[in-house]
Design a protein around this ligand. Sequence first.
Ligand code: ADP
Ligand code: ZN
Length: 739
Amino acid sequence: MAEWDASSQNGALEKNGLRRVAVMLPYPLGPYDYMAPAELNLVVGDYVVVPLGPREVLGVVWGKGQGDVAAKKMKPVAGRFDAPPMPDDHRRFIDWVAAYTLSPPGTVMRMSLTAPKALEPARPAVAFRRGALSPNLTLTAARRRVLDVLEERGTATAQELADAAGCGIAVVRGLADAGAVETVMLPPCYPASTFQPLDDRPTLSPDQALAAERLIARLGAGYSATLLDGVTGAGKTEVYFEAVAANIAAGRQTLVLLPEIALSAQLLERFAKRFGAMPALWHSDVGPAARRMTWRGVAEGKTKVVVGARSALFLPYPDLRLIVVDEEHESAFKQEDGVIYHARDMAVARAHLGGFPVVLVSATPSLESVVNAEVGRYERLYLPARHAGAALPKIGLIDLRREKPPARKFLSPVLNQAIAETLAAGEQALLFLNRRGYAPLTLCRTCGHRMQCPNCTAWLVEHRFQGLLRCHHCDHAEPIPSNCPQCDNVGSFAPCGPGVERISDEVAELFPDARVSLLASDMFQGFGGRGMALQEAIRQVRDHEVDIVIGTQIIAKGHHFPMLTLVGVVDADLGLTGGDLRASERTYQLLHQVAGRAGRAERPGRVLLQTYMPEHRVMQALADDQRDAFLAVESEERRAAAMPPFARLAALIVSGPDTAEVGQAARELARAAPRSDGIVVLGPAPAPLAMLRGLHRERLLLKARRDVPVQPLMAEWLGRVRVPANVRIQVDIDPYSFL
Ligand code: ADP
Ligand code: ZN
């Protein structure tokens, strides 16, 4: 990697007589040296176009050239984009993420180039202002409204005028043709670039005010990490909004990271209410136009607040001074393909590199963060109570060994009774089951054949509404066959186990008059789970147009339903099987979160967990509201087992189309494994998902003491082993998935 002398950073390279630059390309290669034509006036961070073989590709000037290529052989940079150079901090961040995750820096940088159109300056917007009124102008009512709007606002775009005057754009055009309005060019309007200070902010409770004060005091005072902890509804969002407001007032940039699923309209509305403008949004479903304006607005330093999913970390902020990671415990922050990284951890690294505060927010913080707070790496701020004394819901356990549901049914009589009482009181119930589809397994009653995915080690899940069997690990879907593929018997398939669709059938039988809504991400395909349809479904729940909601975790987070007073968890044990290191912790977090949907308003809520393991410590901790005691036990167990956060893990996933080649490569990796004090290498072993998308998979796991620098070890290890071209090795530092 080219080391760039700090004194010349951001200076024109030519000033020092430099004529070669190292250009990072968005591929797993390079950086490569190029000649820098003097007239381009290149500076470090510039976005450039360079020749690569027969093509021209986009790249970023990463520093001065390494100088080991003869000048004659070097090709010149072909062009420079008129865009603010990628900030130093951001380039250092990319290099840091690459080094941490053992990914090529070009591949990491690629995550910053997801809106290439934004490299062209944004076009000015065409707007209108009032022109001369000719006496011959026919003044229709619509035309008059348009002129009135302009009178009031001075300038507005055609769309704004049409919206405000309640007419079509043609009316505006007609006025323009008649000279009654004239066009003006406005500078591009970047999202979240202006905010109005709002007066009707809530008055914070003393605890809240203290926490807000502490966060605000951290702004501008270098790097710090704070864990903002407190039950759902304690006002954590209100508190971090105060810090965001202070950062806005200082004119600096803020990033609020949320797990994709929690990017709800409700939070945005709340944000807009508090700050008088929407934040810029960044997630996988943002369309190209908004993406372009946001990227450019961020790069120009004009867009002040971004609320986004993990990819928002890779926008090129020139002046980022605060990151908030809301729901910091969420495993959705872990990106599992491409560059495998944990956005919460990378956010902390980004704050460290940039020298500014990061705030991690959760009602059920991860053990990692709790331990970091205990040892003093993070400051902990705790909000003890729900705002205005709203009661936390009471959590009860239903022992399924005694309270048996009827045959082939999944709701126990106790739960049904509670639902009936809730409906009778004119309130709403939520039945939670984190499993999409009708049934997780379809089996032939005659021969026992199980319908399996042809590409993955996984059963096919029946989706009855779609009439399909689907794999939840790949895109495979097939119609439900009429004959068993093995014994050819007709109509002998039986569903095994429940999915939300099946619960919905059961509820329809039990409560035929209730209005039922089924909420699962596959019900809203094409909207990325956040689209209009889902928002509409959520509105119906909020406005009490629905009596019983049946949902997956799509409904578990962030929503506020005033009339929802009962939460029934159909299978509380679901996440506990499978031997995941964090199974208990995650189950606790998820169920606690779901429980938080009950009784958010004045009406007290209750929560019933159906379980076969009522004595399990997760169930006990939930029922007795003993989070900290639970975390303490969990922490002790992890310490005793030398597992994270008390040790480091790194996984290698070896995959390929040929099982023998994969096995061979995995064994060679094991033979070449580093051997020294403080490390153990486990495996290879076939992955639980031994086949995924048609590729065979084996896993190795390196476990190291916390003080062992894992990355150099891994890099050296991988460097010792040659694998065939169609065997792939993925490195997963700090793995969260063990499938
Ligand atoms: P959390 O983020 O901890 O779950 P929120 O910040 O969302 O909590 O607060 C829960 C609810 O209580 C929200 O509707 C919020 O507006 C309200 N609230 C919190 N603190 C106050 C306050 N000091 N005054 C008025 N309303 C508040
Ligand atoms: Zn599959």
